[in-house]
Design a protein around this ligand. Structure first.
Ligand SMILES: [Fe+2]
Ligand SMILES: [Fe+2]
Length: 268
């Protein structure tokens, strides 16, 4: 399996690549190419894809980890650039309207309607349960919250805003034979819950946990639980992990922990 970071908060070291809040990664395995998430801004996504020599026409599936704007905002630009329809794997909750109250009320959900994306060629495959959508590529389905999760925002339905548990937060699980790789978007379900669920449904150990861990501002006890609670061989953390939390985990996990940046490749 080869993963290339397309969109991330940090631009990395290659000229012409743009860093911006959000996440997207290309995962290639057994001849199939899956684009996980699309970042927030379509022009940044397309710029980085082109600079990295990846065209939307080459992608076999889109996998959307959850409906937040910083993972779905590039969807429209991707579909406009692409010349034929594409299957989009996600959870049925991906179109939920959601808001943040900080620092002011603002929409933080997917910024497009299902209709407009379908007109541009998106063929949504929306499932709550784990399923294999291409050989070796699994959607985790909904992730049981066995320990703490890391949610943000509210759902505005029937008047009063309700806290959003982000049930549509799913991870991509790639079967490597003896082990699995797990790719998270924001890790809202809690990275430990995500890793444990991937082990449960695959029956295999986690070789690498890759993506946003959503640990910005997390208490030391939470970070200690992450450091001690997973047997994952490697943890590649970026996006919403938080620089202080990253640094603390790095001090505890050493070479097991690596940061992400646009253009970084991981081969497993
Ligand atoms: Fe995010
Ligand atoms: Fe998110």
């Amino acid at each position: 399996m080869k993963l290339t970071v397309i969109y991330e908060n940090h631009s990395g070291f290659k000229k012409g690549l743009l860093g911006a809040h959000g996440f997207s990664a290309l995962v290639e395995h057994e001849g199939v190419k899956v684009l996980v998430d699309t970042g927030a801004d379509g022009s940044v996504l397309i710029n980085n894809m082109m600079r990295l020599g990846v065209h939307p026409n080459e992608i076999d599936y889109l996998f959307i980890t959850h409906g937040h704007y910083d993972h779905t905002g590039g969807l429209k630009a991707f579909l406009v650039e692409r010349e034929r329809p594409i299957k989009v794997i996600a959870h049925p909750g991906v179109f939920t309207r959601r808001v943040s109250m900080k620092p002011r009320r603002r929409e933080i959900g997917i910024p497009f309607s299902r209709d407009e994306l379908e007109e541009l060629g998106a063929e949504f495959v929306l499932k709550e349960k784990p399923f294999e959508f291409a050989p070796g590529f699994w959607s985790s389905g909904e992730i049981p919250r066995r320990t703490w999760d890391r949610t943000v925002g509210y759902i505005e339905e029937r008047g009063k805003p309700q806290k959003d548990s982000i049930p549509d937060d799913v991870a991509l699980i790639v079967d490597l034979g003896e082990s699995v790789a797990v790719i998270t978007g924001c890790g809202h379900s809690g990275v430990l819950n995500i890793a444990w669920h991937a082990e449960d449904i695959s029956g295999k150990p986690v070789k690498a946990l890759i993506g946003g861990f959503h640990l910005k501002g997390a208490k030391k006890e939470v970070l200690d639980e992450v450091a001690e609670g997973t047997d994952a061989e490697k943890l590649y953390a970026g996006h919403c992990t938080g620089i202080d939390s990253y640094a603390y985990l790095k001090s505890r996990l050493g070479d097991r922990m690596e940061p992400l940046h646009v253009g970084k490749t991981i081969e497993l």
